[in-house]
Write a protein that binds this ligand. Structure first.
Ligand code: SF4
Length: 223
């Protein structure tokens, strides 16, 4: 019998974060997460619908005018065994949005992924503890498989010098782009302009492959 997965929602929308901002995607939102970020805005309580790999692939393969399929969450890699069944059935580019901690699960499906958008979760803003060891293993796994990868970092006024250094260390070994995202308060950007510039310039002084790109879908009030 085919395994099934609980999906939070499936919708077409515009990518609002990182270097692929503005591309039309089919988003598949998975329903579980292994972290507990204080700023998480994912609704884990919606009605979940179960899909088999064939059912989900059918939806993907019938989707038109999309740049790619975004596997998002939650944490999609918690469903790596299901993804291993589902992804080979699809005919679209696959864009993985992940918190960058489950590197062993990434290994299981990496051959089916085209673009990896990984987070570095800072304890100062997310309150998950220090996850750099896991993030570094995750990045190494993606690079060894020669996959396109970039790093997103949500920061606020509590970001520390040590976190900046560790983030740069994680990225610069492989010259991976870092996308800085000032923490949002709902749809509002409440961090002061001076603070945002200071953090951006601090990163830039240590590493050139850094860009500041806020989460635009929140400004636009789209998913
Ligand atoms: S990793 Fe993402 S989905 Fe999981 S708790 Fe953090 S913000 Fe929410």
């Amino acid at each position: 019998m085919q395994s099934k997965v609980k999906i939070n929602e499936i919708f077409k929308s515009i990518q609002g974060e990182g270097p692929y901002i503005g591309y039309n995607q089919l988003f598949i939102r998975f329903s579980k997460c292994n972290l507990n970020c204080v700023y998480c805005d994912t609704d884990f309580k919606s009605n979940l619908i179960e899909y088999s790999a064939i059912e989900l692939a059918d939806i993907v393969n019938k989707s038109e005018n999309i740049h790619s399929v975004s596997l998002t969450g939650g944490e999609p890699l918690l469903e790596a065994d299901f993804l291993k069944e589902f992804l080979p059935l699809t005919n679209k580019k696959i864009y993985l949005e992940t918190n960058g901690t489950l590197y062993q699960n990434l290994e299981k499906i990496i051959n089916y992924i085209d673009i990896i958008s990984t987070d570095i979760k800072l304890n100062s803003s997310s309150k998950n503890g220090d996850l750099f060891e896991l993030h570094n293993k995750f990045i190494e796994t993606a690079v060894n498989a020669e996959k396109e990868i970039f790093i997103k970092i949500v920061f606020d006024e509590k970001i520390t010098e040590e976190e900046i250094k560790k983030s740069v260390n994680s990225a610069e070994k492989y010259d991976i782009p870092i996308i800085l995202q000032p923490k949002m308060d709902g749809e509002c950007l409440k961090l002061k302009k001076d603070l945002i510039e200071k953090v951006y310039n601090k990163f830039l002084s240590e590493y050139k492959n850094v860009r500041l790109i806020p989460q635009t879908h929140k400004f636009l009030n789209i998913k």
